[in-house]
Structures are given as structure tokens and as C-alpha cells.
Design a protein around this ligand. Structure first.
Ligand code: NAP
Length: 296
């Protein structure tokens, strides 16, 4: 039986509609959430991500403070801008688009962001809070994955989850979220990576497979248990002469074959991708509520 396709665009649209209503309610109290965006240089992919984030803010009523800096911006100038935004009460979230151009110290910039405005959830204070189960800004992509699972009624409690990938932005935070003693966690999690001895054997045990390796066809149908839920975080360019651009986007999962075995599966594009910006908007609204003393 063919799997139900998880429609990330629809879940993201539902969440954005909820956020839009919340932002309108906040506006009545004189609260306008604000996101400070910093882009250094002219990397085309980063430019399009930043533009998409700014448009998404505008669409739901979040104020966005757009800072596009030239490639020769110094570390000092960048640090000053972060400090200025840390102090600016109109800004509730700060987003520094990564990667920064060579010569700039990313770690120093991320550490300088006020943890109360760290809507990407990368500051060690937020990472630490997440690990110990305190309220924190959760990193957007893994939080988006959790929301996709919850909003598709996937039972996490007691589920065997196998995550392929252990990066600081996807695999590690996701594993931490899913093992928390909470209704949005309580799973039993295995994290695999390039030194995992028998990937197929590990993945075959999973009720929920989360692929975040950044390599096409990492998850093939022989590895997938009948009825497993499959979430594909990967975004890879695969050569395709039939496309004008010469490539198409593909995830880490052999989608066409695996969808015949899974019960639920995300496509690429249109699965996890749309959730990432949505969770950034969510964190920015949360931050504005906390700053106004009305967050939970
Ligand atoms: P990353 O930093 O390159 O990490 C990849 C991880 O996968 C590493 O832990 C690596 O293991 C592991 N891995 C790679 N090949 C493997 C294999 N054959 N078997 C087992 N493990 C393997 O990547 P990332 O930043 O986490 O991103 C992962 C993917 O998600 C990329 O395709 C990226 O574009 C995509 N992504 C999408 C979104 C979105 O919004 N949709 C957001 C973020 C990332 P080692 O640690 O041993 O090297």
C-alpha cells in the first residue's frame, strides 16, 4: 500500500495562519514582533533564503529589519550590529544568515546574540536549556520535524526513532527533543552517522526514520520496515538533463520505492523545507510574547 504523503506546505500554511491570528491579537495590545536579519555578502542561495524569510515575516505581520552587508564587512562591524540589535526593543529575534564569508568568525557572532533573541536556537544557552528540558528556543528545522510528526498524529511515546545524521543543526537537537520526558518526546532514539557499523540494520528497526545525511538514496526500501514513518530532511541537487537548471532537488530517501512500504512519508521538496521558516516565525512571536511578559 502506498504511503500517505505528509504535506509540509499545508502544515506550514496552517501554522502560519495560526501565527497570523496571534500576531493580529498582539497588535491590539501594541506588540509587534520584530526580526533582525543579517546577510553578509551576495551568495545567491543565502540571498534567496533571506528574501523568503523576510517575505514570510511580512505576510504574517512580523516587522523585519533587513541588514544586507557587503562582503568586506569586518568582524567588528558585524559584532556592533549584533550588539545594536540586542539592545533594540523593536527586535525580538536575530537571524544571522550562515555561512558567513571566509574571514568572519561565525562562532563569535552567534555567541554575541542575546540568548533571549536567539530565534535560531543555536546559542549554547538555548542548546543547554533544550538538553535539560527547560523552555528554550528550539532550532527551526528539527522543531519543524517534530511539528510535522505531531500534526500528522504520529505517536512518539515509546516509538523507536532512528535519525541518520548527527549535525548540530539537525540530528543532535532532534535526538534531544525526541528523548525529552514530555508529550512531544518520550521516544527511544538511535542516532546514526558515517561510523555507524550497519546502517541498514539500525534503520530497519525504526518505527520512525529521520534522514538528515545530505546524500541522495541513503535510505533505500530494503532498510525500511513495513509501515514505518519516513521523514526526509535532506536537500540534494541531483543532475537532471530534463530540467532547465540541469538539476532537480532530491532528499536522502529513495522516495518512489520507499513510499510503497512506508505508512507516512515526506516529499522533497514540499516536506520538511516549508516548516523551517515557519518555526523561525513561531520563535520570533514567542520571543515577543516573552519580552512583553505574556509568554508561557
Ligand atoms: P551535515 O552537517 O553535512 O551532517 C550530515 C550528517 O549525516 C553527518 O552527521 C554525517 O555523519 C551523516 N552522514 C552523511 N552520510 C552518511 C551516510 N552515508 N551514512 C550515515 N550517516 C551519514 O548536514 P546537515 O546540515 O545536518 O544537513 C543534512 C541535510 O539536511 C542536508 O541535505 C541539508 O541540505 C538538509 N537540511 C535541510 C533543511 C531544511 O530546511 N529542509 C535544513 C537543514 C538541513 P558524520 O558526522 O560521521 O560525518
Amino acid at each position: 500500500m502506498s504511503a500517505k504523503i505528509i504535506d509540509g506546505k499545508q502544515v506550514a500554511a496552517d501554522m502560519r495562519a495560526e501565527l497570523k491570528i496571534e500576531v493580529a491579537e498582539l497588535a491590539k495590545k501594541g506588540i509587534v514582533p520584530g526580526l533582525g536579519v543579517v546577510l553578509v555578502g551576495e551568495d545567491p542561495a543565502s540571498q534567496s533564503y533571506v528574501t523568503a524569510k523576510e517575505r514570510a515575516c511580512e505576510d504574517i505581520g512580523i516587522y523585519s529589519d533587513d541588514n544586507r552587508l557587503s562582503i568586506d564587512t569586518s568582524q567588528e562591524e558585524l559584532m556592533e550590529l549584533v550588539q545594536k540589535m540586542n539592545k533594540d526593543p523593536k527586535i525580538n529575534g536575530i537571524l544571522v544568515q550562515l555561512p558567513l564569508p571566509k574571514g568572519l568568525n561565525e562562532a563569535e557572532v552567534l555567541l554575541a546574540i542575546d540568548p533571549n533573541k536567539d530565534v535560531d536556537g543555536f546559542h549554547p544557552v538555548n542548546v543547554g536549556k533544550m538538553v535539560v528540558g527547560e523552555k528554550a528556543f528550539l532550532p527551526c528545522t528539527p522543531h519543524g520535524v517534530v511539528q510535522l510528526l505531531l500534526r500528522n498524529n504520529v505517536k512518539l511515546e515509546g516509538a523507536k526513532v532512528v535519525i541518520v545524521g548527527r549535525s548540530n543543526i539537525v540530528g543532535k537537537p532532534l535526538a534531544n527533543m525526541l528523548i525529552q520526558k514530555s508529550p512531544t518526546g518520550n521516544a527511544t532514539v538511535t542516532v546514526c552517522h558515517t561510523r555507524t557499523k550497519n546502517l541498514a540494520e539500525e534503520v530497519a528497526r525504526a518505527d520512525i526514520i529521520i534522514a538528515a545525511a545530505g546524500r541522495p538514496n541513503t535510505i533505500t526500501t530494503d532498510m525500511v520496515k513495513d509501515g514505518a514513518v519516513v521523514i526526509d530532511v535532506g536537500v540534494n541537487r541531483v543532475e537532471d538533463a530534463t530540467k532547465k537548471r540541469g538539476y532537480r532537488l532530491a532528499g536522502d530517501v529513495d522516495f518512489e520505492a520507499v513510499k510503497e512500504k512506508a505508512s507516512l512519508i515526506t516529499p522533497v521538496p514540499g516536506g520538511v523545507g516549508p516548516m523551517t521558516i515557519t518555526m523561525l516565525l513561531y520563535n520570533t512571536v514567542e520571543s515577543a510574547k516573552r519580552a512583553a511578559g505574556i509568554g508561557d
